[in-house]
Design a binder for this molecule. Sequence first.
Ligand code: ADQ
Length: 463
Amino acid sequence: MSRLIVISNRVQPPKTGPGGNQGGLAVALLAALREQGGIWFGWSGETTEEFSGHINFQQGGGVTTATIDLEPQDVDEYYNGYANRTLWPLFHYRIDLTEFERDFGSGYRRVNQRFADTVRPLIEDDDLVWVHDYHLMPLGQELRDRGFRNRLGFFLHIPWPPARLLLSLPSHRKLVETLFAYDVVGFHTEDWLDSFRDYVTKQLGGTLGPNDTVTYEGRTIRAIAAPIGIETKEFEEAAAGNDARFARERMYMSSTGRSLIVGVDRLDYSKGLTERFLGYERFLQQNPERNGLVYMLQIAPPSREKVNTYQEIRANLDALSGRINGEYADIDWVPIRYVNKGFPRQTLAGIYRAARIGLVTPLRDGMNLVAKEYVAAQDPSDPGVLILSSFAGAAAQLKEAVLVNPYSAEELSDAIVKALEMPRAERIRRWEALIDNVRREDVFWWCDLFLAALRGDAGAEAA
Ligand code: ADQ
């Protein structure tokens, strides 16, 4: 069996034991690495005055990780710059927040070259190479430029934007052309895949062929939809375990019979938190008889704090939650508990299970794993209701959720009422359909689907 080389911006070292805090992606990739052997390569998260190309190898849990340090200028231009000030907002349809700076582009190229130079000697002839996400789109091309002939795959974890948005990116054409260095390019949903095909056919003059193939300038790749899932079985077990029960009891004891509405998101403008708070405020305004009977817990650990748009969203949410609480709180009730920190997955599972409503309302999201985790954590005999943005990739699979337009405070408010009033039989019926999908299309299914395509297995059909 060929070895697997996973390359991503950051590497998740394996954590063992019950305190493990690993998300689905890391769990699946580590399992694949353990089975096939190989290396997970990426940035250490550390900086060094001058880039040396020194690789730090670590072994643990049957997996080898290899990391490099980057220069502060690399981090500014590549990570905080092109990746998170240019590509992230643009690919989430936020052209208003997108910054275009020439230095960002050159830093992005330089770091992709540094990745290529340092990882290249670690790869053997038969190895399969799987590159992840928007930080590293040109890496495949950089490797090919160095004479690399292995099977190469790329998976994009965020949306692919419509062509008319992508056209605003200087050198968009060059960036998309680099994807033709891969053998397989994967997206979460048919929507993102359609946007990619649309760009390639209309802007590049490429052509579509059978079995998901796309051809451009004599080079044929497979472009597939492969929706990521979670480690469902483990998460269901965690939700029924002791740590989760303890978290659930903490929630019940502090809520005195009130219904919990939960939101769990990285603090990011794409997650629709401002609009969510405004929707909840509308609900409080329009349903005075329900005030005091519900409360919202929003967990939002800060991320990308060096990027100014993230500082702004944080300040906005501090102000908005304060305003709503100031307006509606009573001496024995606070409508929003707003918590800016991370929790172990077992604790999260317990919080999800305690919640009558899971509010997952991104303005745009490649997939959204929180929606699937909420479903997996529910008590089968008395499940809660998932309210889900129709603009999350997950909406294509989780059709029995209460789907909403996250921009509409009115729709959010109505959906909360509908969820609170939903009879148990309907909650069970919807949940059974949801969990069926979350179990079937879990993260291991996703990993196998992509790797089968990457190996070039005959008949490897995408979702
Ligand atoms: P993210 O934008 O980070 O991922 P998401 O898919 O929701 O979004 O995953 C977040 C993960 O972080 C979840 O597993 C969640 O449990 C965890 N998490 C969030 N808040 C936490 C907290 N306070 N404590 C502990 N854990 C917390 C990107 C894309 C998504 C895509 C994924 C995977 O933006 O669209 O689904 O990659 O491809």
